[in-house]
Design a protein around this ligand. Structure first.
Ligand code: ADP
Length: 430
């Protein structure tokens, strides 16, 4: 396309006007011819403006009007821009159609929301899993259609890092995993997946562990009882006595294991915290100091640093079990004369129960896995100390039920700090 500058346009209008002005001066014709020429030039400009306006008003879809010079250039540039933009929007529309058709074929429910939480689009699985109707519910607020309190809390808190598990509003036998993410200008994309099978398997696993532990308890109590009797009345045959001693030790270990498994099953099967009470920390910490002192082989210096101005609101048995697990671990994984500190304090945001020790510590790569069941850094050492491998899993579950979390800082040969971080609301001034 040829480029016309304003100079060319000035020449196109200026040269005829100058010629008329020159002729008027030469033949002494006055200014009237010049005025007529100027009006004609203006009319020519207005005529092009009118054609531009008509063409744009019609959507600039037809071919541009024919025009010379700069006006022709303006028509052509607008036409090119308009064609590019319509090609772009065709491409975008094709992409959206492609995404819609791939989402539409998914077995997961997909819902697209505008920045105000109104439904823009949803696929047919959203009807089967969430009860949303693609055409009728378009433009409606999602929170008015999915009214489960758990969903409302999750959706409105906007903390979408972890998915939400909930029962389908369409069929209470279907379990859903809901995840939401932001895109564009705070638009949201919601996925709902049917996890009924995984949920059932998980439930079966929990039930199995709970039942097996329960069933094993009675025979083990009987075996334990007889072994204790044998150990009491032994003494004549050294080899026999050693064997009975070892059997007794192992059956006690199994007993502890079963107790821990049953506790874990209970914590998992009753998701809501019951029997909350106000617990003063100092007497609890003193009791835990006693317990962990006896769990250790040899002497430990166990100190208590307790803010007596605050108590904790929670389940006394569960918290005692969690704190005691941390303290007993500290005693197990320290050597004679190492130091252990039990701490209870708060800051502006949280309340903290902390167990610090100067023991063997943990390599950083093991720390993220410590709360898994039966995960041990050093298998032989852990068995040697009498651990079941379930202690930190119990701590984690107790803390989840108290809306708290476990933080672990540790360095090999320098010691460890296990901190239970409670929300400020759990700490009560006394
Ligand atoms: P265990 O019964 O084996 O102690 P836990 O779940 O209580 O099981 O702990 C898991 C692992 O974490 C332990 O095997 C041990 O390796 C490590 N651990 C826990 N507490 C401490 C600690 N205070 N110092 C060093 N290692 C620890």
């Amino acid at each position: 396309m040829r480029y016309y500058s304003w100079k060319a346009e000035l020449l196109r209008v200026g040269v005829p006007l100058s010629l008329v002005a020159g002729t008027c001066a030469l033949f002494d014709l006055g200014v009237l011819p010049l005025l007529v020429a100027a009006v004609l030039a203006c009319a020519w400009l207005l005529r092009h403006l009118q054609r531009l306006s008509d063409w744009l008003y019609g959507g600039a879809k037809d071919d541009p009007p024919e025009a010379v010079g700069m006006w022709g250039q303006v028509f052509d540039v607008i036409y090119e821009l308009q064609r590019d933009s319509s090609q772009n929007s065709d491409r975008l529309q094709a992409m959206i159609d492609y995404l819609h058709s791939s989402f539409a074929s998914m077995s997961d429910a997909v819902v697209m929301l505008d920045p105000h939480g109104n439904i823009e689009w949803c696929n047919s699985s959203a009807h089967d899993l969430l009860g949303l109707r693609e055409v009728d519910d378009k433009g409606r607020q999602l929170v008015n259609l999915l009214r489960s309190p758990a969903f409302l809390r999750y959706f409105e808190a906007e903390r979408y890092q972890a998915p939400l598990e909930m029962v389908s509003p369409v069929n209470s036998l279907i379990n859903l995993s809901i995840s939401v993410s932001f895109f564009g200008r705070r638009n949201r994309l919601l996925f709902a997946r049917d996890v009924t099978r995984t949920h059932r398997l998980e439930q079966m696993r929990k039930d199995f562990v709970a039942n097996v532990s329960h069933e094993l308890r009675t025979p083990l109590t009987v075996i334990n009882g007889y072994l204790e009797t044998f150990a009491e009345y032994g003494g004549e045959n050294g080899r026999w006595d050693r064997a009975v001693d070892q059997m007794l030790q192992q059956s006690r270990r199994m007993n502890l294991l079963i107790q821990d498994l049953m506790l874990l099953s209970r914590l998992e099967s009753v998701p809501k915290l019951a029997d909350e009470s106000l617990i003063r920390l100092r007497p609890l910490m003193e009791m835990i100091r006693e317990e962990s002192g006896t769990a250790a082989k040899g002497q430990r210096r166990i100190e208590i640093e307790c803010d007596d101005n605050i108590a904790i609101n929670g389940n006394a048995n569960e918290l005692r079990s969690a704190f005691s697990n941390l303290a007993v671990n500290a005693a197990r994984y320290t050597a004679e004369n190492d130091r252990i500190i039990l701490r209870w304090y708060q800051d502006d945001y949280h309340a903290y129960f902390e167990v610090e020790d100067t023991g063997i510590g943990i390599e950083p790569q093991y720390i993220p896995r410590l709360t898994e069941r039966f995960y041990r850094v050093d298998q032989s050492r852990s068995l040697d100390t009498g651990g079941t491998g379930l202690g930190l899993a119990i701590v984690k579950h107790v803390l989840i039920r108290h809306r708290a979390e476990l933080r672990i800082r540790s360095a090999p040969n320098q010691g460890s700090v296990f901190t239970c971080v409670f929300p400020k609301s759990a700490a009560v001034a006394v």
